[in-house]
Design a protein around this ligand. Structure first.
Ligand SMILES: Cc1cc2nc3c(=O)[nH]c(=O)nc-3n(C[C@H](O)[C@H](O)[C@H](O)COP(=O)(O)OP(=O)(O)OC[C@H]3O[C@@H](n4cnc5c(N)ncnc54)[C@H](O)[C@@H]3O)c2cc1C
Length: 543
């Protein structure tokens, strides 16, 4: 068929535009409710940023997102993900922070307080209180993750009543915190991570270890206001019932997406890969389906967009279809994580100067960033020069507990590196800088673990530009847009559009550009399915 000829496939109740894990979650819930669902994914596999792929002969890894903690327990249970083969295990120890050639901080597995006491007995004493404090606030957020935030509406309509009810529910949850807790929550939304952590701790290593979460996927200094929220965003997870824990999906993050896809298929959803959507079709002022690059038109009563909302509204819809103020907001929506991602095939495990040998610290999230000042410098350098000579690297070696990923005796590691500029200064392209920066990341690990560079058998390098091109992540943003207060809750993606749909009838948002934002949570997919069912099948039940 010539590329321009258009053939129309059958009409579905819902077309899911993008097969990231959230698109799949949305599809699974809709299929379970009896809707006819079609998922269209442009890559050769589903999962979006939650995939496992072979990146070097014989070596597989979670090539983008690499650690599980935020996946919502209700989604896991509702979609029977364990029944579909998902097996999640906790890290044997939580984090390992090399501090100098002979000092380190190693947390988790009952040793956290003893380890913190090496640097500050006072900090060790305060640690439990800090966790309880954060946990109390994280609990409130956990309860809100699967609820649409109140959608600010103009004027007074029937939907105003629904939104008032949502505001009341939000108020009820917040009131559980008491006045003090509410003030703390406000602080977390507005303070810098450094200010927040300074209230609790005095020693640099513990502040660095905890503060790392405040700049994950966030192109900012930990001294920037708003970064305390990013820290909180990473605290509301749990695995296997253990709050705040992080772990591995056996078989990599793709095992999560595969289990969700299995559930969707088992309930009748049709999932197609290699299906690039080039246009969202409009008919009589509302969405009627999508057009694929090969000319096929797939019609649907509803279209749920899993791709970034900037891509959706600025590239896939006729400009005249989108109200100009909303279009301007989507153009301004801030993207850019400062993330550089590598996967490396290793002939042997690294040997750290500060803690030699193959012990359980190699199963931790290994953070090379010994202080908040180091992270600050990495950010300011990146702003000026594109990257820092001393970048932040988190390394995870999943093959220490998952033997499915590498040949016997060999290993795979994820290097999650920051900060790099989403776009390089002086008009330089990431295509020119990619390999130099990759060498720098390897050298950074090698300084802490001499011999590491030599052990690298193969590598996959993903600059911000690669993340955009390969995975469709606008600006390389791992969360589909920054997690700043003006882009969260009722303002995600914009005030008045927090109900999982924008201004176009029949077009819904089921990806991380909607509340509660990025991470492998399944939450936007769950919440979008609820919104779609409310409109398409008002009497169906989605608890
Ligand atoms: C490098 C990196 C590291 C991360 N680490 C972690 C981590 O360890 N833990 C964690 O919880 N989160 C992590 N994240 C964040 C998390 O992975 C993402 O926020 C989440 O996976 C996004 O899911 P999604 O389904 O909303 O969107 P996506 O995964 O982005 O899925 C969108 C899908 O839409 C498809 N698509 C786009 N355009 C089109 C089109 N025109 N036609 C058809 N299909 C299209 C894309 O190919 C993609 O499959 C990381 C992300 C990255 C990039």
């Amino acid at each position: 068929m010539p590329a321009t000829a258009r053939s129309t496939l059958e009409t579905y109740d819902a077309v899911i535009a993008g097969g990231g894990h959230n698109g799949l979650v949305c599809a699974a819930y809709l299929a379970r409710a009896g809707l006819r669902v079609k998922v269209l994914e442009r890559r050769h596999i589903v999962g979006g940023a939650a995939v496992t792929e072979e990146f070097h002969p014989g070596f597989r890894n979670s090539i983008c997102s690499y650690t599980v903690g935020l996946l919502n327990p209700k989604v896991i249970a509702d979609l029977d993900l364990h029944g579909h083969g998902l097996h999640i295990v906790e890290r044997p120890v939580m984090n390992f922070l090399p501090v100098s050639d002979d000092r380190y901080l190693l947390t988790g597995n009952g040793r956290t307080k003893g380890e913190i006491a090496k640097f500050s007995p006072r900090d060790a004493e305060r640690y439990d209180d800090y966790c309880a404090h954060l946990e109390r606030i994280a609990d409130v957020l956990r309860a809100l993750v699967l609820k649409p935030p109140p959608n600010i509406t103009a004027g007074f309509t029937v939907s105003t009543l629904r939104e008032l009810a949502r505001t009341a529910t939000l108020g009820k949850h917040l009131s559980r915190l008491g006045l003090d807790g509410q003030q703390d929550l406000l602080d977390l939304f507005t303070l810098s991570a450094a200010d927040f952590l300074d209230r609790w701790f005095e020693s640099e290593p513990i502040k660095a270890l905890l503060g790392f979460d405040s700049i994950v996927g966030t192109y900012a200094s930990p001294f920037d206001p708003g970064t305390a929220y990013v820290l909180l965003h990473h605290a509301f997870g749990e695995i296997n019932g253990k709050k705040g824990a992080w772990g591995h999906a056996i078989g990599g993050m793709g095992a999560i997406s595969d289990a969700i896809a299995k559930d969707a298929r088992a309930h009748g959803a049709d999932i197609e890969t290699g299906a690039q959507i080039v246009e969202v079709i409009m008919e009589s002022g509302r969405t009627a389906g999508v057009a694929l690059a090969d000319g096929t038109i797939v019609k649907g009563r509803a279209v749920a967009a899993n791709m970034t909302l900037k891509r959706l509204y600025t590239e896939l819809l006729p400009k005249t279809a989108v109200p100009p103020e909303f279009l301007a907001r989507m153009e301004r929506f801030k993207y850019g994580s400062g993330t550089f991602r590598m996967n490396v095939a290793l002939s042997r495990l690294p040997d750290f100067k500060c803690l030699p040998g193959e012990r359980d610290h190699l199963g931790a999230g290994i953070i090379i960033a010994p202080s908040l000042n180091y992270m600050h410098r990495a950010y300011t350098d990146a702003r000026e020069q594109g990257w820092s000579r001393e970048p932040i690297v988190e390394m995870l070696i999943p093959s220490t507990i998952d033997w499915t990923l590498a040949p016997p005796g060999a290993h795979v590691a994820s290097l999650f590196c920051q900060h790099v500029a989403p776009t390089l200064p002086g008009g330089r392209s990431w295509d020119e800088a990619r390999e130099d920066v990759a060498d720098l990341m390897i050298a950074t690990v090698d300084r802490a673990a001499p011999g590491f560079a030599e052990s690298v058998l193969g590598r996959q390098v993903l600059s911000p530009l690669d993340l955009e091109h390969e995975f469709g992540l606008t600006g390389g943003d791992i969360f589909h847009g920054q997690l700043s207060l003006n882009q969260l809750f009722s303002a995600r993606p914009a005030l008045g559009y927090a109900a999982y749909c924008g201004p176009i009838e029949g077009l819904y948002h089921c990806g991380s550009g909607a509340h509660p934002g990025g991470g492998v949570t399944g939450a936007p997919g769950h919440n979008a399915a609820r919104a779609i069912l409310r409109d398409l099948k008002p009497f169906s039940f989605l608890s």
